[in-house]
Design a protein around this ligand. Structure first.
Ligand code: NAD
Ligand code: UDP
Ligand code: UDP
Length: 343
């Protein structure tokens, strides 16, 4: 190996959380890759609030300084501009590995970069975890199920994925990332955790990232028609970001490798979603049909039995409760004030 293992400092200072008598429990040192993005920045807020030290590693492809700027000046917070495709040396206890564009518009923009991020980026972060003995959590995706032939999707389902399509850089990239995580777990005894995240929304999403919830909300606020792709009968299950962050933290702290589905089982067609957006923002918002994109999965809904049983986790916020929280953030940003939300 490139790095000498014997030079590595044992990062997990008090194994099993057992603190020697007379010593106060120190916070953990945690890396969040992709921490300047949508999900990552909400996770960083929770980890810092809990008293841990957080290092955000981000190349700012889709992430923004504005999302974490409210922590500048906090001695427990560090921000590093770094691309995970390059090796990285740090001493930490836990790694939340989120770095990867999540919106189809972003991940199709440079598919080779996307698959490099998923494969080489994940390899590097697993190499780091191995070197310092850190626990490693991968944010995988419901896209590993592809256009599923099983409904709802259970973790034991192997999926129906096109290996040579325009979404493959993401789907197959994440599938390889899961393989790498399991091989480092079995072969190098890295403590890994795998989350399969279903569609998530909330404040700080990029306004123009092309995902359906952000598109409909921004369109309704700008008094433009909501663009429904295809016949609008395809389904998705939408999870509010705070529910996801709670699930990720429980998974990291728990004893189970996974994979775990983390999503809200409430299933909506795109036409139903448009109706909820009308109810929340503008009853007269119009709908416009557009041709659908290639390889668009027809339906998606998580079976979350496993996470309920083993992590004691389930989402608490319904779409009708969560949407208004996102709308007030989008309203502020769209009306010209481009400062970050503090939601
Ligand atoms: P996001 O695009 O807002 O955040 C991704 C972050 O990673 C950004 O800050 C971006 O700049 C950074 N990044 C991308 N490539 C990088 C690289 N090579 N090196 C360093 N940083 C890099 O997306 P998000 O919604 O916050 O998603 C976070 C994670 O969750 C991703 O791994 C995504 O695949 C996964 N996920 C998200 C959803 C969802 O609905 N939001 C669903 C399934 C999985
Ligand atoms: N790596 C890293 N930081 C570290 C340790 C490793 O970025 O602290 C990278 C390293 O450059 C390599 C990858 O992680 O590309 C896998 O590391 P590992 O030690 O498992 O494999 P090897 O270096 O032996 O090929
Ligand atoms: N979609 C839509 N209008 C839009 C954007 C997306 O109807 O303006 C549809 C898209 O075709 C897909 C669903 O909404 O069926 C979810 O798309 P998104 O890009 O949000 O996430 P995906 O689950 O496909 O990764």
């Amino acid at each position: 190996g490139y790095y000498n293992h014997r030079e590595a400092l044992p990062a997990r200072r008090f194994v099993g959380g057992k603190v020697p008598l007379g010593l106060k429990r120190k916070g953990l040192r945690i890396v969040v890759t992709g921490g300047a993005g949508f999900v990552g920045s909400h996770l960083v807020d929770r980890l810092l609030a809990r008293g841990d030290s957080v290092i955000v590693v981000d190349n700012f492809f889709t992430g923004k300084k504005e999302n974490v700027m409210h922590h500048f000046g906090n001695p427990n917070f560090e921000l590093i501009r770094h691309d995970v495709v390059e090796p990285l040396l740090l001493e930490v206890d836990q790694i939340y590995h989120l770095a990867c564009p999540a919106s189809p518009v972003h991940y199709k923009f440079n598919p080779i970069k996307t698959i490099k991020t998923n494969v080489v980026g994940t390899l590097n972060m697993l190499g780091l975890a191995k070197r310092v003995g850190a626990r490693f959590l991968l944010t995988s995706t419901s896209e590993v199920y592809g256009d599923p032939l099983q409904h709802p999707q259970v973790e034991t389902y192997w999926g129906n994925v096109n290996p040579i399509g325009v979404r493959s850089c993401y789907d197959e990239g994440k599938r390889t990332a899961e393989t790498l995580a399991m091989d480092y777990h079995r072969g190098a005894h890295v403590e890994v955790r795998i989350a399969r995240i279903f569609n998530t929304y909330g404040p700080r999403m990029c306004i123009d990232d092309g995902r359906v919830v952000s598109n409909f909300v921004a369109q309704a606020l700008r008094k433009e028609p909501m663009t429904v792709y295809g016949d609008g009968k395809q389904t998705r299950s939408f999870q509010y970001v705070s529910d996801l962050v709670e699930g990720l933290m429980r998974l990291m702290e728990g004893e189970h490798v996974g994979p775990f589905n983390l999503g809200n089982p409430g299933e909506f067609t795109m036409l139903e979603l448009a109706k909820v957006v009308q109810e929340t923002i503008e009853p007269n918002a119009r709908i416009e049909f557009r041709p659908n994109t290639e390889d668009d999965p027809h339906k998606r809904k998580p079976d979350i039995t496993k996470a309920k049983e083993l992590l004691g986790w389930e989402p608490k916020i319904s779409l009708r409760q969560g949407l208004p929280l996102m709308v007030s953030d989008f309203r502020k940003r769209i009306s010209g004030d481009h400062s970050s939300s503090d939601a």
